[in-house]
Ligand binder design. Structure first.
Ligand code: FAD
Length: 114
């Protein structure tokens, strides 16, 4: 490639990068919990994320004195929440998958105490 062609290519590439930085916008969607259909017995935080585990225990909504809620148990005993919809959690795929696995453990524990 000749020198003038290289210069033109570099200038065009530079302008494209600058234009990209100026005109590209990132919209973060999908971070809003859809929990408005839940009954009041499943308590949520002010943003609509479901209280579970320690948050459920510390709230005034956990109804049982004889045991603490399991890690992913909501304020309604025996009802679990997993993934992004839980309050105070890291919103990442790996955490959601881990919650799903925890559901098995929690279900066994709760059923075992019946
Ligand atoms: C833009 C963006 C980028 C991300 N990038 C990354 C990343 O790079 N790495 C990473 O680890 N995580 C990333 N995340 C986070 C990751 O997507 C979430 O942590 C993960 O998907 C949570 O899984 P989930 O099953 O809890 O929820 P979701 O994947 O949101 O699944 C919930 C499902 O429930 C459905 N649903 C909702 N309400 C109802 C209802 N009433 N009845 C029936 N179905 C219903 C929804 O349609 C949805 O399909 C990103 C998230 C966003 C929004």
């Amino acid at each position: 490639m000749s020198l003038p062609a290289r210069v033109v290519t570099l200038v065009v590439a530079f302008l494209a990068v600058v234009a990209g930085v100026v005109f590209v916008a990132f919209e973060f969607i999908g971070a809003q919990p859809r929990t408005d259909w839940l009954p009041p017995s499943v308590a949520v935080d002010p943003k609509g994320f479901i209280l579970t585990g320690a948050d459920a225990a510390q709230s005034s909504f956990w109804p049982l004195a004889e045991r603490e809620p399991c890690v992913i148990e909501t304020t309604c005993p025996g009802i679990f929440a997993a993934g992004d919809v839980r309050s105070n959690t890291t919103k990442r795929v790996a955490f959601a998958v881990g919650d799903g696995a925890l559901a098995v453990t929690c279900a066994h524990r709760v059923l075992g105490e019946l």
